[in-house]
Write a protein that binds this ligand. Structure first.
Ligand SMILES: Nc1ncnc2c1ncn2[C@@H]1O[C@H](COP(=O)(O)OP(=O)(O)OP(=O)(O)O)[C@@H](O)[C@H]1O
Length: 285
């Protein structure tokens, strides 16, 4: 088994409000190169706080009160993520780890064309590229995520929700990061569009070899797409395992509860093509 790309050890994050909230509580999580790790749990369990901590986007009143996050660089050396700052942090954020968050409409600037927003990533991080090269790369990125290059001239409101989310994925891919964190990237989309985007992410992962930390409250979806799934409850990662083990032999009562809350994995949930449906396994309680 390859060495982890990202190692989260004993991480604890508190919101220092009048009555402090422990949003992340002693979390251990490794992500290996090329792996899709899913993080499930209901609203408020600390998933986004964990993602923001890894990407160092956490803001006051949040405070990291314990633990470490290590990143294995391409040269085999280790970067202490929690002590990164200045240009090193900026470079880490787009070149090593990038993010796709929920709500592409609010993440994209409504008054700028798609093309110029993608090119901005290159202006900030690839200052050696000239205008024509930036434009070519932006066009290539759009094609990579299945959008015709002439859409570079579109404004966000001229694209569908699914297309906007693809643009966000294109931007996240721009500098070829080794890990992409996706926080509810498809939640606002209808099921068919969601499925197309998930297939796209899997195809891109095969093509480019990046790892994915995929965060959603939707355990069913994670069981389908992930190599490993972690279940979070009140800031704790109460269980992490492969989808097969989680389905067949969940060790935590909360995981069993989440599994029971599926209507059925046999037929009437929209998991078309799922290997769990194909195998005909009965997993409802
Ligand atoms: N700015 C803040 N100030 C105080 N408490 C906060 C703040 N942001 C989040 N929290 C609390 O931290 C806990 C974890 O929230 P977080 O947003 O990480 O959960 P989540 O699982 O991502 O939920 P969701 O899916 O709704 O985004 C919750 O109890 C939340 O109320």
């Amino acid at each position: 088994m390859s060495a982890p790309l990202l190692s989260i050890r004993n991480l604890t994050v508190d919101y220092q409000t009048d009555s402090p909230v422990r949003a992340v509580n002693n979390v251990f999580l490794d992500i290996r190169p090329g792996e899709i790790v899913g993080l499930a749990g209901e609203s408020g369990c600390g998933k986004s706080t964990l993602a923001y901590t890894v990407t160092r986007l956490l803001q006051a009143p949040a405070e990291i009160t314990g633990g470490s996050i290590e990143w294995r660089r391409d040269d085999g050396g280790i970067t202490d993520v929690l002590s990164l700052d200045g240009p090193d942090l900026r470079a880490f954020r787009w070149q090593e780890i990038s993010m796709v968050f929920q709500g592409a409409m609010s993440a994209l600037n409504p008054v700028h064309r798609i093309g110029s927003q993608i090119e901005d990533v290159f202006i900030d991080h690839r200052s050696g590229l000239n205008r024509r090269e930036r434009r070519e790369r932006a066009a290539e990125l759009l094609r990579t995520v299945g959008i015709p290059a002439d859409r570079l001239r579109s404004y966000p409101h001229e694209l569908s929700g699914g297309m906007r989310q693809r643009v966000m994925i294109a931007m996240a891919l721009a500098l070829r990061p080794r890990l992409i964190i996706m926080d509810e990237p498809t939640t606002a989309l209808d099921v068919v569009v969601q499925r197309n985007i998930l297939e796209e992410i899997d195809r891109l992962r095969t093509e480019f070899g990046f790892a994915v930390l995929f965060i959603t409250h939707d355990l069913g979806l994670l069981l389908e797409i992930s190599d490993r799934v972690g279940v979070m409850l009140s800031g704790r990662l109460v269980e992490q395992n492969t989808p097969d083990v989680l389905l067949e032999n969940p060790s935590h009562e909360y995981t069993r509860h989440l599994l029971r809350s599926f209507p059925s994995l046999r037929g009437d949930v929209p998991l078309t093509g799922s290997r769990y449906i194909d195998s005909g396994e009965e997993v409802t309680a």
